[in-house]
Structure formats: structure tokens, C-alpha cells
Design a protein around this ligand. Structure first.
Ligand code: SAM
Length: 274
């Protein structure tokens, strides 16, 4: 049986995590938070809300586990291949005009989308003059991203995604198989900087020509989405691009007026009027 928290209990827990550790989950979508915390309670065998609350309040090492379970880290390489095709054909030609290309992957999870970007930049001969900042709230996921080691069983699917995204090289050339794991080619990591960054509380740290934030905003309410869009707007050069997930949109945000969608289907916006 799964234990469900009441609204009041959820608020109490969010308040504890905020006041003790500074992580603000107050503007996350409630239904998803309820589901994730119920799952945490089942998996870690808490028999009551009081027990979970005591653990969070008394064991600061448990915070990493809490964040890991509350944040949804599902991802894959070349997820939604058509999105990557649009990047390659519509965004890369513009990026190619800059001497130094700065890209931010916000909410990069375990890094699969970041390596996908590095592969495409390499094939377009842009990787050597790019810097990719890859950030997430979840240090555990970032550890996996840094290591660049993924289950070998995923590679068939990623290879298909890569080809659907317009890749024309041998995908297996981008990793080395070690037992049942695949280690991504270290040369792809050379231009990637990983760091924790919390979209709910942290501020802008650079100016970019491209910001990718896919499948993160769906877990936030409107207030937090607007905060993030303002943060991105502050962090994006004039004429820069923002790429979102297939279920996300900049259209109804407070910065919408300053952007136009460059592709009818893919969620890519450019700063400036058309
Ligand atoms: C579903 S994954 C998306 C991964 C990848 N962008 C993709 O589309 O495949 C959502 C990621 O957002 C991260 N996240 C959640 N809240 C965040 C926050 N406040 N700041 C930064 N990242 C956050 C989670 O840790 C998780 O890794």
C-alpha cells in the first residue's frame, strides 16, 4: 500500500526542506510531488509521515536521496530526434557565425542530452569553439553525467535516435563498450562544464547564445516557470535561442512578447521580433 501525504503534510515537508537546506520545492507541480514522495516513502519503507519528517530533519545526508527521488531524471540521447534535426539545420548555422559559442543545458539530468549536443557540434566542426554548461539540481545525476557511463543496453535505441536526428557517422564510434556499460568518448567531454544550479533559487551566471531546458518546466507551476523564463531571458544574448521540451511553451510566459518560434513544430524560440 502506498502512503499518500495530505496537502498540509506536503506543505510541512516543503517548509522543512526549505528552512533547513534552502531547497525550494514550493512552486513545483503538486500532483507530481505527491507521487514522487509517496514513492520515496514506499521504496525507503517509511511507515508514517512523522518518520519521513524525522529522517529529513535529523539526517542531512538524506537530502541527496530526497532530491534524487523528488526530481524526475528520465532522459535519453537524442530524445525527440526531430528537435535535434531542427537544431542542426536552423540553429547551428547561426551559432557557426560566433567565434565562441556558449550553450547552457539547464536540468541536464544524467547528461545524455549534453553528449548528444557535443556529438552534433563535433560533426558540424563547432565543438572546439563551444563551451557547454550543463547544470542540474541533482548532484547524483550530475555524477553520472560527468562519468559518461551508461547501460550498453540503451545504445541500440540511442543509435536509432541519432540516425533519426540526422546523424550519419557510425554511432558506436562515440563510445567504448566495457562489459555491460558504454563509456562515452572522453573527447566529447572536453568542452563540457558540469555544475549544480537550482532554477528555483539561483541566478544567472553567464550569457549564452543557446539555452536548452527540456522536460523540466513541466514539473513547475506557472510562478516558477515565469521565474525561470526571466532567468533565461537575462542569460540569453540578443538573437539567442531557447529550446524546450515537446510539452512546454514560452508562449504564455511574461517574456513571450520578446521571442518568436522559429519552427512550427519544434519548441525552439529566438530572442527578438520576427
Ligand atoms: C525529466 S529530467 C529532463 C532531462 C533532460 N533535460 C531531458 O529532456 O531528457 C528533469 C531534470 O530537471 C531537474 N530539475 C528539477 N528541478 C530543478 C531545479 N529547480 N533546478 C535545476 N534542475 C532541476 C531534475 O533534477 C531532472 O534531472
Amino acid at each position: 500500500m502506498q502512503l499518500e501525504l495530505t496537502e498540509e503534510q506536503l506543505d510541512t515537508l516543503i517548509g522543512d526542506v526549505q528552512s533547513l537546506y534552502g531547497y525550494d520545492f514550493g512552486d513545483y507541480a503538486r500532483a507530481s510531488l505527491h507521487r514522487r514522495i509517496a514513492r520515496l516513502m514506499t521504496v525507503d519503507r517509511f511507515v508514517s509521515f512523522a518518520e519521513l519528517r524525522y529522517k529529513i530533519n535529523s539526517d542531512k545526508d538524506y537530502l541527496a536521496r530526497f532530491i534524487d527521488m523528488v526530481s524526475v531524471n528520465v532522459t535519453e540521447m537524442f530524445r525527440d530526434p526531430a528537435f535535434y534535426r531542427a537544431l542542426r539545420s536552423q540553429v547551428f548555422p547561426v551559432l557557426a557565425t560566433y567565434p565562441l559559442i556558449r550553450i547552457w543545458h539547464a536540468g541536464c539530468a544524467s547528461g545524455e542530452e549534453v553528449y548528444s549536443m557535443a556529438i552534433m557540434l563535433k560533426e558540424s566542426k563547432l565543438l572546439d569553439r563551444s563551451i557547454i554548461y550543463a547544470t542540474d539540481i541533482n548532484p547524483t545525476a550530475l555524477g553520472v553525467a560527468r562519468a559518461g557511463i551508461y547501460p550498453l543496453s540503451q545504445m541500440q535505441k540511442y543509435s536509432e535516435n541519432y540516425m533519426a536526428a540526422g546523424g550519419s557517422e557510425e554511432f558506436s564510434g562515440y563510445y567504448t563498450a566495457q562489459y555491460d556499460m558504454a563509456k562515452i568518448d572522453g573527447a566529447l567531454s572536453k568542452r563540457i562544464v558540469y555544475s549544480t544550479h537550482n532554477l528555483a533559487t539561483d541566478s544567472s551566471f553567464n550569457e549564452f547564445q543557446l539555452i536548452i531546458c527540456r522536460n523540466v518546466l513541466i514539473y513547475f507551476n506557472q510562478v516558477l516557470q515565469d521565474r525561470v523564463f526571466r532567468l533565461f531571458d537575462d542569460s540569453l544574448e540578443g538573437l539567442g535561442f531557447i529550446g524546450l521540451g515537446s510539452k512546454e511553451s514560452l508562449r504564455f510566459s511574461t517574456v513571450a512578447e520578446s521571442y518568436h518560434q522559429i519552427n512550427a513544430k519544434e519548441k525552439i524560440w529566438r530572442k527578438g521580433r520576427k
